[in-house]
Design a protein around this ligand. Structure first.
Ligand SMILES: [Zn+2]
Length: 397
């Protein structure tokens, strides 16, 4: 046993106190602000604990407000040239970030998993983005005026509703498999049940955003693959979304996980081919190879592929953002293309979402959590909205 001198012990104690204050209550600095991929990205010089961030929304006009406690601005003019964003030293130890928008929007900020010192705030998009002008506090007169204008707008909205033309266009959601076709089955859990749960959540999310929705199945029943796209054609849907979950053989179970979004296209990628083969199994029975390739070829070259690719990118991005805002280690399987039979014959932008691997123990557990499912559904719905907004702009200009 070694006797430690009292002074030495005191020094160690003092050092501990100093270092812990530095670690946990040291003042943070917002050192950099930039806009990337439609997000406001804030960079701090220290680790940013979640409890130091307060996020709330204000009305009239709609604003998203973020207070960063225990934080100082490195430079007063840090957001000088950024539209609709104000950043200020609100209190001596609070930095306030205010994002203005035309209408309230679903703002899901997040901390990227790998960088502990940054914070990303998605900005409003499209027509929701405000023109670059300063917001003045309304006087009483102005307030009355805006009240009147709002009343008129409300009446107008009722007459011309839905405001955005794409809001009246139908979206078909296809929950994969069903009935005797269970899809992947691992650990007592079935793909057909999981995808129906997520499809129902997606239905709610889309309806909430004003989209009419049609479900290829709402209960546990079997549908042939061509029937599914035929429904989309008959209903003249604007978008077709098929929902599935992935699975790999036992020996790879702990290794492979993640979210993948597919659009229809032939591929040389072996992994995509394998996934497509598994999902296509129920339809390929009895079809000869020649007629299969003839049908595939006829649909693989349409302009729909470009639109499907865009839709896939938008949906995938929003799913990842939503999931990663709440869960660590969600693997990004990316946007890929594969010859999925269910997407063949759909004459509209069509994607197939593999929401995760039910063969992966941890991911399977998450996939059956309501909160996780909700984030997937919300992500897909936001992606569809993004896609339709952008497409409308393409048509308009
Ligand atoms: Zn499937």
């Amino acid at each position: 046993m070694v006797k430690i001198h009292r002074v030495k012990l005191f020094k160690i104690f003092l050092l501990f106190i100093i270092s812990s204050t530095l670690l946990f209550s040291g003042v943070n600095t917002l050192k950099k602000v930039e806009i990337e991929k439609g997000e406001l990205r804030l960079e701090f010089n220290n680790f940013l604990p979640k409890k130091q961030i307060k996020h709330f929304a204000l009305k009239n006009p709609p604003r998203e407000v973020f207070d960063f406690k225990n934080t100082r601005l490195s430079n007063k003019n840090i957001a000088k040239n950024i539209k609709n964003v104000k950043i200020a030293q609100y209190k001596s130890n609070i930095v306030r970030v205010v994002v203005s928008s035309h209408e309230p929007y679903s703002c899901t900020p997040y901390k990227p998993i790998l960088s502990l010192k940054t914070y990303h705030i998605p900005l409003p998009k499209g027509r929701n983005a405000l023109p670059a002008k300063r917001y003045k506090k309304p006087t009483v007169k102005v307030k009355e005026k805006t009240k009147k204008i709002k009343k008129i707008q409300k009446v107008k909205k009722m007459i011309t509703s839905p405001l955005r033309s794409h809001k009246s266009e139908l979206i078909v959601i296809d929950a994969g498999h069903g009935g005797h076709d269970t899809g992947a089955m691992v650990g007592g859990k079935k793909e057909k049940d999981l995808v129906l749960m997520i499809a129902k959540r997606l239905e709610k999310q889309l309806k909430k955003r004003g989209h009419p929705v049609y479900m290829t199945r709402t209960r546990d029943r079997f549908l042939k693959l061509p029937q599914r796209t035929r429904i989309a054609d008959k209903k003249n849907a604007v978008v077709f979304i098929s929902i599935h979950a992935n699975s790999v053989p036992k020996r790879k179970r702990n290794k492979i996980q993640g979210v993948e979004t597919f659009f229809l296209q032939n591929t040389r990628d072996a992994r995509s081919q394998r996934i497509a083969a598994r999902e296509n199994k129920s339809v390929l029975k009895g079809t000869n190879k020649l007629s299969r390739s003839v049908i595939l070829d006829s649909v693989l070259s349409g302009p729909k592929i470009v639109q499907s690719n865009k839709l896939a990118i938008d949906v995938h991005r929003r799913m990842m953002t939503n999931l990663r805002s709440r869960y660590r280690g969600v693997k990004d399987g990316g946007v890929r293309h594969a010859p999925f039979w269910v997407l063949v014959g759909a004459s509209r932008p069509s994607i197939l979402v593999e929401v995760g691997y039910i063969s992966h123990p941890k991911e399977r557990k998450r996939l059956f959590m309501p909160r996780y499912q909700e984030l997937i559904a919300k992500g897909i719905a936001e992606g569809v909205d993004n896609y339709l907004d952008n497409r409308k702009k393409e048509i308009d200009f």
